[in-house]
Design a protein around this ligand. Sequence first.
Ligand SMILES: [Zn+2]
Ligand SMILES: [Zn+2]
Length: 238
Amino acid sequence: MRSCVLCLEPITISTPKEHQHETYVSLGVDSLCFFCMQSLPWLQQSCLRCGLPMPISQPACGTCLSLNLYRDHTLAAFEYRYPISEMISAYKFNHRLEFLPVFSQSLYHQIQQYIHRIGKPEVLIPVPLHVTRLQERGYNQSLLLVKLLSKALDIPFLNDFCSKVHETEPQLKTPATQRYNNVQSVFELSLPASKAQYKHIAIVDDVVTTGATVEALSKVCSNAGVQTISVWCIARAC
Ligand SMILES: [Zn+2]
Ligand SMILES: [Zn+2]
């Protein structure tokens, strides 16, 4: 019998009748029990440009209108709050790969809701890890997510589009003011520019906090000639 990856109880209890109308019942997240699924901080309404939670969904928030962002869209499945914050940390730093299907299935559901508005990207790219960090961790958490999304959405992925050429401190341990500066010029196009000619790509990351990392990567893509840049992430921090 399957167990819930969060509370470890067997998944035996079916959705109570009074909850059957709720949208997350049909999300297809098959490794959580109903009660844990209900406890997750699903991102309901957000700014479609930067992904920040908003009282109502809108194409761009006030902050986006005053900034010239390289990315065109940001979609997240969750707000970066407990227990998703703990699950993502465990996934990244403690090899808790059993949480991966929860992330990919939830994000897939969110993408399905919006793909008619943002359009289907031609290719998915994971946020690259610096080679030192990759050796330390043994896996790129964004690449594992990309592989599942690529299969579910039938969109190819490229792991060698960009590389991370300088190491930075883990973002969540760095004061917010330093994060933006830290990620300037840390990414480089790895493909010859002639092979990077895409109209629309989606960058996949685990958590978007200030957005500095995905902006730095979006800048590289934009400079390579990519016209539309979407960012898809498990969770968006406020
Ligand atoms: Zn559970
Ligand atoms: Zn915004």
